[in-house]
Design a binder for this molecule. Structure first.
Ligand SMILES: Cc1cc2nc3c(=O)[nH]c(=O)nc-3n(C[C@H](O)[C@H](O)[C@H](O)COP(=O)(O)OP(=O)(O)OC[C@H]3O[C@@H](n4cnc5c(N)ncnc54)[C@H](O)[C@@H]3O)c2cc1C
Length: 252
């Protein structure tokens, strides 16, 4: 059953040796440094069901699994030799529930998209400073971002994670269920041993006097929008335009 699971995948499957392989492999990392590490196949999923199929296939074939959210890890950790790389970049949903002050985030939601979506509801979140970085590996690694000095690392605002285990089961982990997995998911970073397919996060009310970016002595979050009303998104946009988040050129 597991060996057939690849046929169920709606996303793309690119094997080493195929025409699209090198282009796909290089696109897995955000900057120009592409280490000489070559997965056997790269599965770009279209749904969390695809993740289940991919992991079951890998399990049946004895393949090791690596994961890519947005490819912003400084060491290019999504690229490993051999095995399967599961690319989550197609999972980008943001669902905000104002009543419970929570949001469900797919792994490849970027900080920019998140900031804009939350601003519409008057909420904020300790997202990372650069707009193009996604929540996937950022939250797993703890997350040091907006208002961290007040709200703590971003993982402190994670209420639940949804993940596919090494057995290929889709489970939820929170304080009550799968509590050990939940504990590990808040800080394990590249060492986490499941594939996170979604986060349920607590949101914070935006306040004009909201404190600062983790690395700043000034607070762009207190800037005002054109309407005169300060918004988190306005501050975020201005900050992002001042901080260089572009990929450095690799000379080699
Ligand atoms: C320009 C730039 C700005 C940054 N700004 C900040 C910042 O303000 N604050 C901060 O704290 N960090 C910041 N970082 C660091 C960034 O948060 C980490 O590099 C993080 O890993 C990026 O997430 P990603 O999904 O792109 O990781 P990827 O490179 O895709 O993945 C890295 C590793 O994390 C694991 N992983 C990722 N997603 C999953 C998943 N869904 N399930 C299981 N494992 C997974 C995998 O083991 C993978 O090898 C920045 C990095 C860059 C390059």
């Amino acid at each position: 059953m597991g060996a057939d699971a690849l046929r169920e995948i709606r996303g793309s499957v690119v094997w080493r040796g195929s025409d699209a392989y090198e282009r796909t492999r290089r696109a897995m990392l955000w900057n120009a440094w592409k280490p000489d590490r070559f997965p056997e196949l790269i599965v770009t999923v279209a749904s969390r069901g695809d993740v289940v199929h991919a992991v079951r296939f890998a399990r049946a074939r004895g393949l090791r699994v690596a994961v890519r959210g947005g490819g912003h890890n400084w060491f290019g950790s999504p690229l490993r030799d051999g095995g399967m790389l599961v690319d989550l970049s197609g999972l980008r949903d943001v669902v905000i529930d104002p009543a419970t002050r929570t949001a469900r985030l797919s792994p490849a939601v970027s900080n920019r998209v998140l900031a804009a979506a939350l601003a519409e509801h008057g909420f904020a979140f300790p997202a990372g400073h650069c707009g193009q970085v996604v929540v996937s590996g950022y939250l797993l690694a703890g997350g040091f971002g907006w208002n961290t000095r007040v709200w703590g690392p971003a993982c402190r605002s994670v209420r639940e994670v949804e993940l596919v285990t090494a057995d290929g089961e889709l489970v939820r982990a929170n304080e009550q269920d799968n509590a050990e997995l939940f504990w590990a998911a808040r800080g394990a970073g590249p060492g986490f041993f499941g594939v996170v397919t979604g986060y349920l996060v607590d949101l914070h009310p935006f306040r004009a006097r909201s404190p600062r970016a983790a690395t700043s002595t000034r607070s762009p979050m207190r800037r005002r929008s054109r309407t005169g009303r300060p918004t988190w998104a306005t501050g975020f946009r201005r900050w992002s335009s001042r901080v260089s988040c572009s990929a450095p050129h690799h000379p080699g």
